[in-house]
Design a protein around this ligand. Structure first.
Ligand code: OTU
Length: 655
């Protein structure tokens, strides 16, 4: 199925316009009037094509799509009616300044509420710490009410309208959002769209025999269809949750892409769509600015495929965004799609139709390529693969990151590897071995995650400090190795701060915290080693950020400097392309960003353990010659070019 616009559908959408606009007008006029009401109608006018057409493709065969849109607009109108005044003011501001989230002042921080500060009230007391680091965007890891016992770090939700009891209440979340807004910061939380917990009331009702709720999930009476699907489906957690279906007694075979206790929703059912839209509006009306939409590539299934990245998954996002925008135009969608490089940018709307979808998406390819270059001490693959990617559309942008709360999946495409004369499979293998420390001479202390016997692929868990060599150096009390590790960490962070996206600092990296060696005891099982890189915050280490000579001081201070420099550089705004440049040196990554008002920005990053030279010619050609003072281990810019110290980086801009 193509995403091409269908003339008949387009016509149907066009014909229904006046009726739909009138319906929303009528429904909203009970609670608002005047300019406010006209603004809402204008928003619907603006978004209507992104709503009606995709819904027609998705549900047109199953239901009267115009009636469905009317029903969804009622949900939107109700959401609008309860949207608090202060959030509407924020909406207004953001409509006036739609690039608000692309400004270079945006710097993200990601943490588990409990591990960072105990509970939501505790987070409110730590905002000065975040402000000191320059953070303006806080992503709190899953915090909605999850099932008891193993809940995949909160990704198995039983109630989308309440906060996990031990973290606080919805009122606490609202209070935190207010505090953040007062400081010009925004709040992001996770919303799991692909599945609910097996204990969610919908799932319980389905299991109890309610046919309407059974249709919320993908349930099969026997193995016939599951077996057919399995032929082309990968396993996400091959060691701990092999297979994609779970037999639930009295119900049947339930689609469970992830763990057995995470039941995939049936998005082909418009009731699921309506329920999730309602959930979204509920959450954004509590003050959430950004919804991180979990596992979106999996939302639509198609026989004979891997059931990821289906065109319908994109249409679902497009329609959901269109509807949410009518009620809450200041809210952003952040798509969590950790997929192959050629599939990524589509989640930002850059597919064949170029319609908006998510405003933000994870730049997984940059993350993988940074680690690849660091292990190989060679940037050719990174430079080639990144240059081959299509840029983000102008109104959207990447979030850039060095590592996240999940494992690192080695998304090196065979085609990219071949383009530099490497073998994709061996390179992926090398990376998994290198970062587990198994490869001879490796400085890394990560571990393998979910090695898949079927594909011989393994992923990697570990904190940035452990993967960069800091942990090994500390263990060996090796001063030179510690210096090397610190430089590697800062090198990677310098790139995500300057690549043209919102950089995300994952909690602990600003202090070079190592792996949580007690993770298994802490989570009560040794099943899921991703907990290795989800440690509790070490506030004693945080205190050392003010003590010169400590590693914490070194890393924290340099990240602050990067943030300050970033804020002053228009070229580092999110959006607009990043141009990869051949530096004439296989160890040095080079890229350029441009902004009409501030001219050209050039970054050079040395991935080798030796000093590297970049010729003056490249720099002169780019016309950039003003040094941005960020790195402690400064590069030398002379007549002959630039001398970059081992793992050194350099930012240059037009004066
Ligand atoms: C996400 O990850 C979350 O980030 C994980 O923490 C969850 O376990 C999971 O969903 C289930 O809710 O495959 O290995 O393309 O990469 O959704 C982790 C997206 C995952 C997937 C992603 C998923």
């Amino acid at each position: 199925m193509a995403l091409h616009s269908h003339p008949e559908r387009r016509e149907r959408a066009k014909r229904a316009r006046p009726e739909l606009l009138a319906a929303l007008r009528q429904r909203c006029s009970a609670t608002m009037g005047g300019v406010e009401l006209e603004a809402v109608i204008a928003r619907l006018q603006h978004n209507l094509y992104d709503i009606v057409e995709p819904l027609d493709v998705l549900y047109g065969e199953r239901t009267d799509v115009i009636a469905l849109v009317r029903r969804l607009l009622e949900v939107v109108a109700d959401g609008l009616a309860e949207r608090p005044e202060r959030l509407r003011v924020l909406d207004r501001r953001r409509e006036v300044d739609p690039v608000w989230f692309q400004r270079s002042r945006m710097i993200g921080y990601v943490a588990y509420t409990d591990r960072f500060a105990g509970d939501l009230a505790g987070v409110r007391k730590r905002l000065d710490y975040l402000a000191e680091l320059g953070v303006t965007y806080l992503h709190l890891m899953p915090l909605l009410q999850a099932r008891d016992g193993d809940n995949d770090g909160g990704y198995a939700v039983v109630d989308y309208r309440s906060v996990q009891r031990r973290l606080g209440t919805m009122a606490d979340l609202q209070a935190l959002a207010d505090d953040l807004h007062e400081r010009g910061m925004s709040l992001c939380i996770d919303l799991v769209l692909n599945h609910t917990a097996a204990e969610h009331p919908w799932a319980r009702a389905a299991a109890a025999g309610d046919p309407a709720l059974r249709d919320y999930y993908l349930v099969f009476d026997d193995r016939t269809e599951p077996d057919e699907y399995e032929r082309t489906l990968p396993y996400i957690f091959p060691q701990t949750a092999p297979g994609n279906f779970t037999n639930v007694s009295g119900l049947g075979w339930v689609w469970t892409t992830f763990n057995a206790f995470q039941w995939d929703l049936n998005w082909a059912n418009p009731d699921v769509f309506a329920a999730m839209l309602d959930t979204m509006l509920y959450l954004v009306n509590r003050g959430v600015d950004v919804l991180r939409l979990d596992a979106v590539p999996f939302m639509w299934k198609r026989r004979g495929t891997n059931c990821q990245n289906q065109p319908e998954a994109h249409l679902l996002l497009q329609a959901l965004r269109g509807l949410v925008r009518v009620a809450a135009p200041g809210v952003l969608f952040k798509a969590e799609a950790i997929v192959a490089p050629e599939q990524l940018v589509q989640y930002l709307g850059a597919h064949e139709r170029h319609r908006p979808q998510a405003d933000l998406a994870y730049h997984n390819q940059l993350m993988v390529m940074l680690w690849s270059a660091l292990a190989a001490r060679d940037v050719r693959l990174a430079s080639t693969a990144l240059a081959r990617m299509r840029p983000a559309p102008p109104g959207a942008g990447w979030v850039t990151y060095v590592r996240c709360h999940d494992d690192i999946g080695w998304a090196v495409s065979d085609a990219d590897a071949a383009a530099v004369g490497w073998n994709g499979h061996s390179h992926r293998r090398f990376l998994a071995d290198f970062y587990s420390g198994a490869h001879p001479g490796s400085f890394a202390r990560g571990v393998k995650f979910q090695a898949d016997e079927r594909t011989a692929d393994a992923r990697t868990s570990g904190m940035t400090a452990a993967l960069c060599g800091i942990s090994a150096a500390r263990q060996a009390s090796d001063v030179a190795a510690l210096e090397a590790g610190a430089r590697r960490l800062l090198l990677l962070y310098s790139i995500i701060y300057s690549f043209g996206g919102i950089p995300l600092v994952y909690m602990g990296d600003e202090l070079a915290l190592g792996n949580d060696d007690d993770w298994a005891a802490r989570v009560g099982s040794a099943q899921d080693n991703r907990w290795l890189h989800r440690p509790p915050m070490d506030w004693a280490a945080a205190d050392r950020r003010s003590t010169p000579g400590t590693l914490e001081h070194r890393v924290f201070t340099e990240l602050r400097r990067m943030g300050a420099a970033r804020r002053s550089l228009l070229a580092l705004r999110t959006g607009a392309p990043t141009w990869l440049k051949d530096t004439g040196n296989a160890h040095v990554l080079g890229y350029v960003r441009r902004h009409p008002r501030s001219g050209t920005f050039l970054a050079l990053a040395n991935f080798s353990d030796h000093s590297q030279h970049v010729s003056q010619e490249l720099i002169a050609r780019l016309g950039t010659h003003h040094l941005v003072p960020v790195a402690e281990t400064a590069a030398e810019v002379g007549e002959q070019g630039v001398a970059l110290p081992p793992w050194g980086y350099l930012w240059l801009t037009e004066p």
